[in-house]
Design a binder for this molecule. Sequence first.
Ligand SMILES: NC(=O)c1ccc[n+]([C@@H]2O[C@H](COP(=O)([O-])OP(=O)(O)OC[C@H]3O[C@@H](n4cnc5c(N)ncnc54)[C@H](OP(=O)(O)O)[C@@H]3O)[C@@H](O)[C@H]2O)c1
Length: 435
Amino acid sequence: MHIVVVGLSHRTAPVEVREKLSIPDHSISESLKSLKSFADILEVSILSTCNRLEIYSLVKDKNIGISSVKEFISEFSKINIEELDPHLFDLRQEEAVLHLMKVSAGLDSLVLGEGQILSQVKKMMRLGQENQSTGPILNRLLSQSISVGKKVRSETNLGTGAVSISSAAVELAQLKIGQDIGLNSLVTLESERVLIVGAGRMSRLLITHLKSKGCHKLLLINRNIERAKNLAADFTDIEIECKQFSDLYENINKFSLVFTSTASEKPFIDLERVKKINLKNNIKFFDIGVPRNVTSDVSQHELVDSFDVDDLQEVVSRNQEFREKIAKEAESLVKEERIIFLEWWASLEAVPVINKLRSDLEIIRKEELQKALSRMGPDFSARERKVVDALTKGIINKILHTPVTKLRSPQSRDERRASLKIVEKLFSLADDEDI
Ligand SMILES: NC(=O)c1ccc[n+]([C@@H]2O[C@H](COP(=O)([O-])OP(=O)(O)OC[C@H]3O[C@@H](n4cnc5c(N)ncnc54)[C@H](OP(=O)(O)O)[C@@H]3O)[C@@H](O)[C@H]2O)c1
């Protein structure tokens, strides 16, 4: 059995490809079912975020398993494999394990150390368990990757500074406004008229960062107005007006900065729409939605500048040097955890032999106990029988403790296999078909 991951990320594919491959929440169950229907896939789990689609599987054969996952991705996205292949990556075994741990720690994120990815890995694990597509191996890998993610953030400075895609989008806005007036630095947003479309997690972070960069007033538009009002109520020292999604188009031209962060599967702002708006002032769109909420053609309008998640690279590289230093520290923690996981997995090889040994000894124990008890006759009380039963169990467990611990302990695969062979031979376990 092998662990493999097939996928694509901001490192291998631009947003226009990633958005076609994003699997929305409502399609995850169905997708897990399709993946499980491949004979070679034993366990599977999907990580679908704005920056990546990664499918982790436990497979019988690495090459067949990887082809099956690619076939699924191609069918799901309706893009043929030849077209997809240049954007896909695949990793096997140790590399796949290390990759998931790094992803969870935020070491593979566009914004190094961002925290949202950890909750997305948690969600990936929950969905795998709810849909029974994961089993003992992937569950263990996922839960250990989540622990690594937490550990890296608590034991290094990687997570400090509340970094996120939203904070990068706000920084990009500061940078672009500065560049308009000939500065290459981050300027205050005090005098900007700000609109946010969407009232989810990313919008919450947008408001937090906008506020810290001088913004004191904004309009929040959302499909569900109650959700927008609830979000606004959580912020006291910034004035937030809330409106329905249907009010969007008639309001856009009042703003200089428009942040879009909805989970809409289709864009709702395009060039045609912008032309109808009758703009009078310059407007900048910062779209962190994937799939995108704003089509790239809007920049053709002379009053419009438009940026998507891939454009965040410009601000990300400004802060990266410091973070990369801390990331090195975090990487050694991740590598240690990879070894722990792989050792645990290798130790599972001993389980069938240990189980067989235990069950053979249990048969002997029961037979011998029965013989002894029948020799004792009826005078032996129920309490005394219980004591003798516990005594024999205790002896077996004590005898087994040391060899079982040794068989499970970290060691090379060859060493473990040699020990297992000796145990099988000495106790005649290998004749049985179950071994
Ligand atoms: N979470 C991250 O780490 C992260 C990072 C970067 C980018 N993103 C991207 O940012 C976007 C928002 O993510 P999130 O985590 O904030 O999501 P979220 O918490 O689930 O919120 C989703 C938001 O999208 C709105 N929405 C959903 N479908 C819509 C539609 N058809 N038309 C208009 N509005 C719609 C929802 O409105 P209602 O309240 O009316 O349902 C809600 O405001 C997504 O595209 C995501 O891929 C997320």
